[in-house]
Design a protein around this ligand. Structure first.
Ligand code: ADP
Ligand code: MG
Length: 264
């Protein structure tokens, strides 16, 4: 891990229709860290992730990426496009363009607005296609490259999303509940892939999750949110069951998965 700041959030607040979703959230994430964002449903995980790539603008507070301001007090900075190009996103709902092939999805990035094209394959150079194939090989689904995205399992689709981040050259990956719709085996593969990219390529990974067992298996550091406030930020080992109960009360049960014994 280097000492380069990847993500810096200062006193970020956001309300939706007068109801606070984030309240003075501050946190610092260094390049090469792998951080879990936990919290019961509605605690603000997705909202925070969306502020980190500028999809949401805060009411007040700031977000810096690699030392450059992305947003301050609700205003996006001029470098936002460049900063966004360094951030790859993975969502719970797979977010691929179903009627395009896997490799086309890797090539186009997250551009659902490409709906006017029936085929976009010819728009890309040979080098770009080779790069996309290399990324698909790295995530272990090279043999699926020319299938339609809709033919893939959920776990495979998440790996396509990860390949897309690689082709994009993302230095930060924000993953919003990437395994929430997956079976345990696919979940494990996706988690192992994120760990590998973090350890081998130094990609900073921030993942929202609501299963504490998964966090304990894969993450050294965890930030816990409750109703938009940071309640804990530290070593995962310290977020034990007693601490969870202290923070969430009865809602702590929601963070302890049932039926996913593979992760315990
Ligand atoms: P989580 O991802 O932890 O489940 P969210 O960030 O989705 O939580 O939501 C935090 C709070 O903000 C919730 O009360 C939710 O209803 C509200 N919220 C999130 N997004 C919007 C939105 N686009 N419009 C209105 N309210 C929203
Ligand atoms: Mg969410």
């Amino acid at each position: 891990m280097t000492n380069t700041l990847a993500i810096e959030v200062n006193n970020l607040s956001k309300s939706f229709k007068g109801k606070p979703a984030l309240e003075k959230v501050s946190c610092t994430i260094f390049q090469g860290e792998m951080v879990a964002l936990v919290g019961a449903s509605g605690s603000g995980k997705s909202t925070l992730l969306r502020h980190l790539n500028g999809l949401h603008s805060g009411d007040s507070g700031s977000v810096n990426i690699f030392g450059t301001a992305l947003q301050t007090d609700g205003k996006n900075h001029s470098k936002i496009r460049y900063l966004r190009s360094q951030i790859g996103c993975i969502f719970q709902q797979f977010n691929l363009v179903n009627r395009l092939t896997v490799i086309e999805n890797v090539l186009v990035g997250n551009l659902s607005r490409l709906s006017v094209f029936s085929s976009i394959f010819h728009l890309f150079s040979k080098e770009e296609k080779l790069q996309a194939l290399a990324a698909l090989e790295r995530v272990g689904i090279l043999e699926q490259a020319y299938k339609r995205a809709s033919m893939l399992s959920g776990g495979q689709q998440q790996r396509v999303a990860i390949a897309r981040c690689l082709v994009q050259g993302a230095k930060i990956i924000l993953a919003d509940e990437p395994i929430a719709s997956l079976d345990p085996e696919s979940s494990r593969k996706v988690m192992e892939l994120l760990v590998e990219l973090n350890q081998q390529s130094g990609i900073t990974v921030v993942t929202s999750l609501h299963q504490i067992q998964v966090v304990r298996s894969y993450y050294n550091r965890v930030i816990a949110l409750r109703t938009g406030k940071v309640m804990f930020d530290g070593a995962t080992v310290e977020l034990n069951d007693a601490k969870l109960k202290e923070i969430y009360g009865a809602a702590a049960d929601e963070l302890v998965m049932r039926g996913h014994s593979d992760f315990t």
